[in-house]
Design a protein around this ligand. Structure first.
Ligand SMILES: Cc1cc2nc3c(=O)[nH]c(=O)nc-3n(C[C@H](O)[C@H](O)[C@H](O)COP(=O)(O)OP(=O)(O)OC[C@H]3O[C@@H](n4cnc5c(N)ncnc54)[C@H](O)[C@@H]3O)c2cc1C
Length: 601
C-alpha cells in the first residue's frame, strides 16, 4: 500500500492495468500496490512460486447435477486463466489436494458440498486447510438441504470454513461469481502479475528477511523473495555486483540496491515520503490503524491539511486479521489488509500526506501549535494532533498455536465467536478481568470453560466480584499454576499441551478453542508526561481526565487529552471498545471536535 511516486514509478506498459484500469493520468498514477494477507508471516508464504501451470479452483460434490452446475459456471468464467477441477467424493477430493500440493501447485479456492456421504463439506474443508492453509474454503449448500445457519456460523467461527454459498442455480449466477472473484482478487493481490517491484535476496528463514517480506506484504508492495543460495538468488546478486553482501539485499525496480536496509530505506528507495513537508498541518494523525486511517480520510475530505504517520504497516492490527466478520456491509467478511488498502487508497485520493517508516518519538507544544518529533530527528508542525497508536495483544509465542490463529485460537475476545462455543471444550488463558469476563460470557453461551492461570490465585489481577462469579459458575473450571506449552490440530485446534508449573507434569487435553487474553500494551511510551494515562498506559480523554490535569477554563472535548487540541482515538484510549468499527467511528467523530478546536464551526 505504499504509493510509489510518479518519478520512481516503473515505466511498464501494463501500468494502467495495475492501477485497476481506473484510467489515472500518469502524473497522478502513484500506484497503490495491492496488499497481501498480513497474517502470513513465514517466508514460504511470501515467496513467489513461479507458476507454470495455472492456479486451481477445486470443487467437490457427490451430487451430479450440483457438480455439473458448479463445473459449468467455473469453467465458462475462469478457464483458461485458472484450472478448474471438479470431482465427486470427499476422499477423492482429499487425494487430489494431496497430489496438487506435492506437485507444488497453488489452489486458490476449494468448494465442497455440505451433504456428502461419509464426510460433510465442513469436515472436508477443515482437512483441506491442513493441506492448503491459504486457500479460500467455501461450503456449498442448496435451498432446503437442511443445513442450519447455526452450523454454518459455528464452522466459520472455528475457522473450519471461510464462506458459505448457495450452489449456482442458473448460468451467470453473479452472486456466486462475486464471491469467487473476491478470492481470486485476494490471490492476485498477494501474488502479483509477474512483475516484482522489489526483489529480496536473503537467507531463507533469517529473521530480517522474514521481517522485510512481512513489511512489504503488509504494505502491498509486489515483491519476490529469492534464497541467496538458489540459482536465481545467486544470479541476482551477481547482476547487482555486490561482493560479500550484507543480507538481505533489496533490489528495487529502479536500480537501487540496498544491503540489509531499514524499512524506511526501502520505502525511500520506492519513492515513499519518510519526511513531512515543511508546512503547518491542520492535523497530524499518528498511527495508521483503522482509527488513524479513518481520521485521515475524514480530515482530508473536510478540507483540513492532514498528515498520517505510520512506522510499520498501514492498517495497524487490523491488517493482520485474515477475516473481519463484524464490519458492517461485508456479509462474507473482509480481510483486514483489504479494508486497510481500500481506506488508504481513499485517503490517498483525498490528498492525505503519508509519512512512512519514521516512528514518532515525541510531542511538544510550541505556542499555539504542536511539534511532533520523528525517529530520524525530523519534525512536523501541526495545529492539532490525533494519537491513534493502538495497542498490542501479548501472544503465547507457540508456533503450532500461531498456525491456528482464527481456527480455534483467538487473541481477541470476540463475542461473535463465543456464541458458537456451545457444548465445546474451551480454554481461556489469563488471570485478569478480561479473562474472567470472557470465561463468564463463554459459559453463558453454553461452553465448557477452563481458565488456565499461571499464578496461584486471581487476587492480584481480577476484581473480587468477578472472582466470585467465576468460581461459582458450574460451567467454569479454574486451574491455577498451569500454562499452555503446545497445541495441535489438523486444520483447526484439537488439543492443547499443558504443564503444571509446580510439578512439571505435562498433559494433553482435547480443546476446540483457546482464548489467550494475556494482556494488552498501549503504544504510548513516546508521549510526554503531561498527557495523562491510566495505570496501564492507556491515554485518558474527555470526561475521564482528572480535573487537576486539565489546564484550560473550557471543559475538555470528548476524546481530547490533557493537552488541549491533542486527541486520542481507537485502542490507545482508556476504556475504548477495541473494535474496528468503533475505531473508525472515533476517527470520524474526532474531526468534528477538531473543527471546534480550530474555531471553524
Ligand atoms: C487477532 C486480532 C483480531 C481482531 N479481529 C477483530 C475483528 O474481527 N473485528 C473487530 O472489530 N476488531 C478486531 N480486532 C480489534 C481491532 O483490530 C482493533 O480494535 C483495531 O485495529 C484498533 O485500531 P486502532 O487504529 O486504534 O489501532 P491499531 O490497529 O493498533 O493501529 C495503531 C497503529 O499505530 C502505529 N503506531 C504505533 N506506535 C507508533 C508511533 N510511535 N508512531 C507512529 N505510529 C505508531 C502502529 O504501527 C499501528 O499501525 C482484532 C484484534 C486482533 C489483535
Amino acid at each position: 500500500m505504499w504509493s510509489v511516486c510518479s518519478k520512481c514509478a516503473p515505466q511498464e506498459p501494463t501500468q494502467s492495468q495495475r492501477c485497476g484500469g481506473q484510467g489515472l493520468h500518469q502524473k497522478d498514477a502513484s500506484i497503490l500496490f495491492p496488499c497481501s494477507a498480513a497474517s502470513r508471516s513465514s517466508l514460504s508464504h511470501h515467496r513467489r512460486i513461479e507458476q507454470i501451470a495455472p492456479p486451481v479452483l477445486l470443487a467437490v460434490d457427490d451430487e451430479e447435477n450440483g457438480r455439473l452446475a458448479v463445473d459449468r459456471e467455473l469453467r465458462h468464467r475462469y478457464e483458461p486463466d485458472y484450472e478448474v477441477i471438479t470431482t465427486g467424493g470427499a476422499e477423492a477430493g482429499l487425494e487430489l489436494l494431496g497430489k496438487l500440493a506435492q506437485a507444488g501447485r497453488e489452489v486458490i479456492v476449494v468448494l465442497a458440498d455440505q451433504r456428502m456421504p461419509g464426510m460433510t463439506g465442513t469436515e472436508f474443508l477443515t482437512r483441506a486447510r491442513h493441506v492448503f492453509p491459504a486457500s479460500g474454503r467455501i461450503l456449498l449448500v442448496s435451498w432446503g438441504d437442511g443445513t442450519s445457519v447455526e452450523a454454518i456460523r459455528q464452522a466459520m467461527c472455528l475457522g473450519q470454513i471461510d464462506d458459505c454459498l448457495l450452489k449456482p442455480a442458473q448460468a451467470r449466477d453473479e452472486q456466486f461469481h462475486g464471491a469467487i472473484a473476491h478470492y481470486l482478487e485476494g490471490w492476485a493481490r498477494e501474488h502479483g502479475g509477474g512483475f516484482e517491484l522489489v526483489k529480496v535476496v536473503g537467507d531463507e528463514g533469517a529473521t530480517r528477511s522474514c521481517e522485510l517480506c512481512e513489511i512489504l506484504a503488509r504494505n502491498g508492495v509486489r515483491f519476490g523473495f529469492h534464497a541467496a543460495g538458489s540459482p536465481a538468488g545467486r544470479a541476482l546478486l551477481e547482476q547487482a555486483a555486490v561482493v560479500s553482501p550484507a543480507l538481505p539485499v533489496v533490489i528495487v525496480f529502479n536500480g537501487s540496491i540496498l544491503e540489509n536496509p531499514t524499512n524506511s530505506m526501502v520505502a525511500e528507495a520506492l519513492g515513499v515520503d519518510i519526511h513531512p513537508r515543511d508546512l503547518l498541518y491542520d492535523i497530524a494523525v499518528i498511527g495508521a490503524g483503522p482509527a488513524g486511517l479513518s481520521a485521515a480520510v475524514y480530515g482530508a475530505s473536510e478540507g483540513l491539511v492532514t498528515a498520517l504517520l505510520e512506522p510499520e504497516a498501514f492498517g495497524g492490527q487490523a491488517s493482520a486479521s485474515s477475516k473481519i466478520r463484524n464490519y458492517p456491509g461485508f456479509p462474507h467478511g473482509i480481510s483486514g489488509a483489504e479494508l486497510a488498502f481500500r481506506t488508504l487508497q481513499q485517503a490517498h485520493f483525498l490528498g492525505v500526506d503519508f509519512i512512512y517508516g519514521n516512528r514518532v518519538t515525541g510531542l511538544r507544544q510550541r505556542g499555539d501549535t504542536y511539534v511532533v518529533t520523528l525517529e530520524d530527528r525530523g519534525e512536523l508542525r501541526s495545529r492539532t494532533v490525533i494519537i491513534a497508536t493502538g495497542c498490542s495483544y501479548r501472544r503465547l509465542g507457540i508456533p503450532t498455536l500461531e498456525a491456528l490463529v482464527g481456527a480455534g485460537v483467538f487473541y481477541w475476545p470476540a463475542i461473535w465467536e463465543a456464541r458458537s462455543m456451545r457444548d465445546r471444550d474451551v480454554f481461556v488463558v489469563g488471570g485478569a478481568n478480561s479473562a474472567g469476563q470472557a470465561a463468564m460470557h463463554l459459559a453463558s453461551c453454553g461452553a465448557r470453560v477452563t481458565i488456565l492461570s499461571r499464578s496461584s490465585s486471581f487476587a492480584q489481577a481480577m476484581s473480587a466480584y468477578l472472582i466470585d462469579e467465576v468460581e461459582n459458575s458450574p460451567a467454569i473450571t479454574v486451574r491455577h499454576g498451569v500454562e499452555v506449552i503446545g497445541g495441535r490440530g489438523r486444520g483447526c485446534l484439537e488439543s492443547l499441551t499443558l504443564r503444571d508449573r509446580r510439578s512439571g507434569r505435562e498433559e494433553t487435553v482435547p480443546a476446540q478453542a483457546l482464548f489467550a487474553l494475556i494482556g494488552t500494551e498501549p503504544h504510548t511510551d513516546w508521549l510526554p508526561a503531561n498527557i495523562e494515562r491510566d495505570h496501564s498506559g492507556f491515554v485518558l480523554a474527555g470526561a475521564d481526565l482528572s480535573p487537576t490535569r486539565w489546564p484550560l477554563a473550557r471543559r475538555p472535548l470528548l476524546l481530547e487529552t490533557s493537552l488541549p487540541s491533542v486527541f486520542a482515538i481507537g485502542d490507545v484510549r482508556h476504556g475504548s471498545v477495541k473494535r474496528i468499527a468503533t475505531a473508525v467511528g472515533e476517527g470520524s467523530t474526532v474531526i468534528r471536535l477538531i473543527h471546534q478546536c480550530l474555531g471553524a464551526d
